[in-house]
Design a protein around this ligand. Structure first.
Ligand code: G6P
Length: 604
């Protein structure tokens, strides 16, 4: 899950490559590099760390030309230093890569006598192409036969000394798009990378490879047949990647939620008829089990939906973490509906789970934020979340849009399966329609949460508790806190704490309890009392009724507006996002690009 970009044209490329790379930085930021062909010379500059470090090096050692490739890295094979930074050279070949070449060690051994300079899996690809050319193959033949030897996942951009007017590209398992310009062609990991260059994209399909020149491109499929692929026109353009005056993308994205949830709703609810109206109809009366599979934050959206599907629609629902699902040989039935939940639509494990289900005859849906993604294209049913591009590595608005879309699916399932009557359907829809306004109301508590967050900055550990549908919200709250503030945060079903983890509670340990008033509230409150009596300080996310009942038990109250119990998981998410955000800001961490993380994980 690195980011790659390339330009082949007639004008200078370095600045534009760097600008594009910055929009890809969310994919990884361990190191960055650029290579250009200038007057027949292949020039390269690389730097450890973020793109700013590369820019600084280019400032004192500028390189430029009309053809180039660039890369921002999230390290897999080889430590994140300058030596292992892409682009990688071998002889006449220079390459950038996103993915993992699984058989790189075998391939390295087969290339006896070649001098490998890095620990990466990628370098071997450059050597293979160069070796083929040294043995007399043309550049095209060398690229083609190299691809046939590779196992694993890749998106490549490659330039070759002596083939100065060409950019070579290939895709298997990692996304890659060609951008069409006027007198130049582009290559990018996603639409965002190319947003300032073009809105006309051609997404390469699995196994495709391509040769780009300044005035056109040729695409070949995995059997090396020339193929045509559709041109997709991307709306949104350069404004897609703008902070809009906020200090961080994450804060901007938190504040966008009234609007993004509204947009999701308008695509899933017929407000006039007060009925669910899914982008693609699904008849849940024919389905006896829903299988939700996802990674990270998206998996917590799936966990909330499990409660909803079972409780509101009486429909059995399983949730699995994608990296586990695909290897445990799950028992599947034909009447199941598989739903991949994924912001990017590219996460390798979730995609593999989708393919697994598809190959076993299970109907598949992909709930994704990127409709041009592989999951959207491969699933039987593509369900867009409409949250708009999410740049902050810690997911916020994509999560609430996932929850909103899943809630609409649940209402549709309940209606199809007649587990609730039309009045209750309408009640649930009204509750859902009130969410954007209630999120806006929640956001007004921001100054208070900013203050509360100061009290967390000295914590080494924090616990997050919830019951029922708030268990996954507690998990999401803890994940947000740990990923951007680096405070160790653990989450538990509130009833589970006494079976071990309570041993870790000491004087002053922060415990965030997610508990709006519901039938489980008193039990959660008892669990809060158990930790209070052992010295814990309670941060309670609750509503007015909950606050009154908690009467003094909590040191800090993060209050959500009164709302229907069905939608309170969405509302309780908002203060937890702000709490994590401001804790991180107070600690001075890199909120949008936290250490070691990447937004789009296209490796296993
Ligand atoms: C990464 C990101 C998380 C995200 C997860 C799943 O780990 O850092 O924020 O939740 O991938 O990504 P997806 O695009 O499939 O939702």
């Amino acid at each position: 899950m690195c980011g790659i970009i390339g330009i082949v044209g007639n004008a200078s490329v370095t600045d534009r490559l760097i600008q594009g790379l910055k929009r890809l930085e969310y994919r990884g930021y361990d190191s960055a590099g650029v290579a250009v062909i200038s007057d027949g010379n292949l020039l390269r500059e690389r730097a450890e760390g973020k793109i700013a470090a590369l820019e600084a090096k280019l400032g004192s050692n500028p390189i430029d030309g009309p053809v180039g490739i660039a890369h921002t890295r999230w390290a897999t094979h080889g430590v994140p230093n300058e030596t292992n930074a892409h682009p990688h050279f071998a002889g006449r070949v220079c390459i950038v890569h996103n993915g993992i070449i699984e058989n790189f060690l075998d391939l390295r051994q087969s290339l006896n006598g070649r001098n490998f300079r890095t620990e990466t899996d990628t370098e071997v690809v450059a050597h293979l192409v160069d070796e083929e050319m040294s043995n007399g193959a043309s550049a095209k033949e060398a690229f083609q036969s190299t691809l046939a030897k590779l196992k694993g996942a890749y998106a490549f951009g490659m330039v070759i000394d002596g083939e100065d007017d060409k950019l070579f590209a290939a895709r298997a398992g990692s996304p890659l798009a060609i951008g069409i310009g006027d007198g130049e062609m582009y290559l990018g990991s996603d639409a965002l990378a190319l947003a300032q260059l073009t809105s006309d994209l051609v997404y390469l399909e699995e196994g495709d490879w391509a040769i780009l020149t300044s005035d056109g491109y040729e695409i070949f499929d995995r059997h090396n047949n020339a193929v045509e692929r559709d041109v997709t026109v991307i709306v949104g353009g350069p404004a897609m990647a703008d902070k809009g005056g906020y200090a961080h993308y994450m804060l901007k994205e938190i504040h966008e939620q009234p609007e993004t949830v509204s947009r999701t709703l308008s695509n899933y609810i017929d407000e006039f008829r007060q009925t669910p109206s899914l982008p693609t109809d699904i008849d849940f009366a024919e389905i006896d089990r829903v299988i939700l599979v996802a990674c990270g934050t998206a998996s917590f959206a799936g966990e909330v939906a499990k409660y909803w599907f079972e409780q509101v629609a009486g429909l059995a629902a399983d949730v699995d973490i994608a990296s586990e699902f695909r290897y445990r040989k799950p028992v599947l039935s034909e009447n199941s509906l598989f739903i991949a939940v994924s912001q990017s639509g590219e996460t390798a494990d979730t995609l593999a789970a989708l393919r697994y289900c598809k190959s076993h005859g299970v109907k598949t849906a992909a709930l994704v934020n990127v409709m041009t993604s592989t999951m959207a294209r491969e699933a039987d049913i593509a369900l867009p979340t409409h949250a708009g591009p999410e740049i902050g590595v810690a997911s916020t608005k994509a999560f609430t849009s996932q929850l909103t879309a899943l809630a609409a699916l649940v209402i549709k399932a309940a209606s199809d399966r007649k587990t609730i009557d039309s009045e209750a359907v309408s009640d649930h829809i009204k509750a859902l329609m009130s969410v954007p306004g209630l999120i806006a109301q929640s956001l007004q508590d921001e100054p208070h949460i900013q203050e509360v967050a100061k009290t967390l900055t000295s914590a080494e550990h924090a616990f997050f508790l919830g019951r029922g549908q708030f268990v996954p919200i507690a998990f999401e709250g803890a994940l947000k806190l740990k990923e951007i503030s680096y405070i160790h945060a653990e989450s538990y079903a509130a009833g589970e704490l006494k079976h071990g983890p309570i041993a870790l509670i000491e004087d002053g340990t922060p415990v965030v309890v997610v508990a709006p008033m519901d039938e489980l509230f008193e039990k959660t409150l008892s669990n809060a009392q158990e930790v209070i009596s052992r010295g814990a300080e309670i941060y309670m996310v609750t509503d007015k009724a909950g606050q009154q009942h908690a009467a003094g038990a909590a040191r800090h109250i993060l209050q959500i507006p009164e709302c229907h119990n069905f939608v309170s998981p969405i509302l309780t998410t908002i203060p937890l996002q702000l709490l994590a955000y401001y804790t991180a800001v107070h600690l001075g961490t890199d909120v949008d690009q936290p250490r070691n993380l990447a937004k789009s994980v296209t490796v296993e």
